[in-house]
Ligand binder design. Sequence first.
Ligand SMILES: Cc1ncc(COP(=O)(O)O)c(C=O)c1O
Length: 470
Amino acid sequence: MSTSVVPDPSPSGVDRARLRGLLAREQDAFLDRNPCSAGAYAHADSLFGRVPMTWMNKTSAHFPLYLDTARGAHVTDIDGHTYVDFSLGDTGSMAGHSPAAVTEAVRHRIEELGGLAVMLPTEQAETAGAHLASRFGLPRWSFSLTATDANRWAIRLARAVTGRPKILVNSYCYHGSVDESLIVTSPDGKGAPRPGNVGAPVAVTETSRVAEFNDLEGLERELAHGDVAAVLMEPALTNIGIVLPEPGYLDGVRELASGFDTLLILDETHTFCAGPGGATRAWDLHPDIITIGKAIGGGIPAGAYGLSADLADRLLGRADLDLVDMGGVGGTLAGNALSIAAVCATLGEVLTDKAFDHMHALAERFEAGVNEVIAAHNLPWSVTRLGARVEYRFANPAPRTGTEAAAVHDQELDDYLHTYLANRGILMTPFHNMALMSPATTEADVDLHTSLFGAAVTELVADHPVLSAP
Ligand SMILES: Cc1ncc(COP(=O)(O)O)c(C=O)c1O
């Protein structure tokens, strides 16, 4: 061990002093390697926080890398470095970057047909809805441009149809910038605002209830108040690391929701990685509403929500609900011809059953590689796979609730691994240690990660001085 060993206060099993030394070394190397990105960031005075969207400040080193080009599973930055991209736009590019079928469909619509913002539907929208219906099982679909909007509108519909005010979510869930979802469990059991919530319109406990993932007792206790319109949840948590459902949990949720006349909304935006019909089909789930976004557009903004026939009929039959004009459900550009063309191409030609077989096999390979490294160093870490998505974390056993997952977060360790990998040609999802496979990802891409992850961990635990980065 290094001479300056500090007792490790975290459960991740690493020497903090050594970790900090390695992190500083990698961040310095990142700075040296990326002068063009550093310059672009330094000059971005017109932007709020120097980035086009403030979350892009989530970086493991001093500034974000700037995109030049992207194809398939690879991106190239403006300093000319090419990376294997395991972040894939945090699922927005699960189909790979600019897949040929989507590129052609979009080009055809723009160049040959025209009509990017027209107040008329295209016939193709029926095909897009039919793709979603056959994959996810619910028969009536409506489109948005983001998953956030799909969730917002689904929530409104659930309130309208049940006449109840509240939405129940899981602690440390993420469903986009949806006010009702920014709640976590608290010691008094009432729920508390998620730390960092920006400008909440009212106290979140007025609009929401919360239960831990995998906690049926907590769910029952909250639903028993009789004021919950819908449970909005992911079939597996994916935004606080992956937290998989325990056996019987999702069946229990369905039974409790039905028992308390509460609708069940499954947000499949990320769990779509579980298979061609998401977790809903893979695990034979029976939601009343499904929301989804990101991957279905192959990189073009698209989102959607699906309803059971009964729910759709009940909503359409309500003369008091303004579903057409100012009722708060819809967006001018939602369902536009370009977005719809992209959904048809992505679901019809890119994210096929065969593509999912390939992605799942790669994810298994990725998981096995990480497991070997963890075992070789006897680290108290774990790796979790959900279809085409794999996540490693610094706890073993893997957390079973969102709160447990939040508690084992280790920012310095994340930053070290992300920067180490970026300096050698691998991009991980900035918010956690998540890797997603696309149809264009290869075994060589996965094996590169395995060997670099192994090297990064070896340096972290090895008994030699911290050297300079290669
Ligand atoms: C499960 C889930 N739902 C909704 C969203 C929001 O998606 P968007 O930012 O595209 O609106 C996200 C984003 O990460 C998500 O993970």
